[in-house]
Design a protein around this ligand. Structure first.
Ligand code: GLU
Length: 384
């Protein structure tokens, strides 16, 4: 059953599997962990479970909690070393809290710490899928965070919004609920006069991106609206809905799902489950090995569903092997697709702009039908 309004998310037939992401500012206050608030949320999670819904939690807060314990300035976010140390200390308390509060409702918590690479590598991603499935079937509530203590600056999510969307893809969840410190997406900065909250968004368009403010309200987490919209796009690729709602209330899930206060992002039609799980994984990848630059004609052809031919390529960036994931950019530098390259970077450079009749001489063997086949490609935009 498709999800078309927020109340559908409280229905186990429409939404059998939910990912609930909790931001740092909700979990940690000036006095440390906000235990009473979390108890209320955990009671709501227990209610969802009683309705027959499976729940995966993505919980921030390790860095903020650990920074307080270690006495680190800027909430532990002054440097990567501080964040890594703070997370190592805070994660113990964070998991302990979830385990204790879920346990008080007879629910078993299961901690999983993930790095970006765990979800970018196809084999490890499938492993995560299997582990989550087994845990949920066994009745546990997975509580997931980024493994901040080992993630490096360049290769990390940095925010749990996109992590939650990737986890939802891996778990084939029905929806992701991002509990934040804002009611939803506004058509302009929420502090500006006349700002209106948008209840439902069908696909994240350029117009929707323009509404996002880069400011995060609390300064404690690292999310902000930009990463939330990226999360909505990642979820959407797999046909998964995403909700932005305000967690700063007692019983926040009831406020969002029963009172309907929040923004529901529905997956774009056509870009949904039809794309297949593998394409969704590919489209949601945050790190790619290289870039194939294409001319306007090729860009238009890709959007019509064609494969990328060498003739339409104008340049290559990065070092990659055959089979590696690459971005495809149009003449304006816009990423229009992700795909797996049929050739390595040097071969792509040598083939750029060549007709198929000219390619065999350059390669020394008969060329493949395309540089990126349409079956190994997922579009990132719907129009040029
Ligand atoms: N993983 C970080 C933590 O546990 C939070 C990242 C975020 O702010 O979204 O503190």
């Amino acid at each position: 059953m498709p999800i078309s309004r927020l109340s559908d998310l409280a229905d186990s037939a429409c939404a059998p599997r939910l990912v609930i992401k909790v931001g740092s500012a909700l979990l940690v206050g000036p006095q440390g962990a906000r235990r009473a608030w979390l108890s209320g949320l955990v009671a709501e999670i227990a209610e969802a479970r009683a309705r027959g819904q499976q729940v995966i939690v993505v919980s921030s807060g390790a860095i903020a909690l650990g920074a307080a314990t270690l006495g680190l300035e800027k909430g532990g976010r002054g440097s990567l070393a501080d964040a890594q140390a703070a997370a190592a200390v805070g994660q113990i308390a964070l998991s302990g809290l979830w385990a204790e509060l879920l346990g008080s409702h007879g629910l078993t918590a299961a901690q999983i710490l993930l790095t970006l690479e765990d979800l970018e590598d196809r084999r490890r991603y499938l492993n995560v899928t299997a582990t989550l499935g087994r845990l949920l079937d066994a009745g546990a509530v997975p509580v997931i965070n980024e493994n901040d203590s080992v993630a490096t600056q360049e290769i990390r999510f940095g925010d749990n919004d996109r992590l939650a969307a990737r986890v939802a893809q891996a778990a084939q969840a029905s929806a992701v609920v991002l509990l934040s410190d804002i009611d939803g997406l506004y058509d302009r900065h929420p502090k500006l006069p006349g700002a209106q909250m948008i209840p439902v968004v069908d696909g994240v368009t350029a117009e929707i991106h323009a509404m996002a403010s880069v400011e995060s309200n609390s300064g404690m987490g690292s999310g902000g609206m930009v990463s939330k919209l990226q999360a909505a796009e990642i979820a959407g690729l797999a046909g998964i809905c995403l909700v932005i709602g305000n967690g700063q209330h007692d019983r926040p899930l009831a406020r969002i799902l029963q009172e309907g206060i929040g923004t529901l992002f529905c997956p774009p039609t056509g870009g949904s489950r039809h794309a297949g799980a593998r394409k969704a994984w590919l489209g949601g990848r945050l790190r790619l090995k290289g870039v194939l630059l294409v001319d306007a004609g090729a860009a238009a052809a890709l959007l019509r569903g064609s494969s990328l031919l060498a003739k339409g390529m104008t340049g290559v960036e990065g070092v990659f092997a055959r089979g590696d994931p690459v971005a495809i950019t149009d003449p304006d530098g816009r990423v229009i697709a992700h795909g797996l390259s049929e050739y390595d970077a040097a071969e792509c450079a040598a083939l750029s702009g060549l007709h198929s009749s000219e390619q065999a001489d350059v390669l020394g063997y008969s060329p493949r039908s395309s540089v990126v086949h349409r079956d190994q490609m997922v579009l990132k935009v719907r129009s040029l």
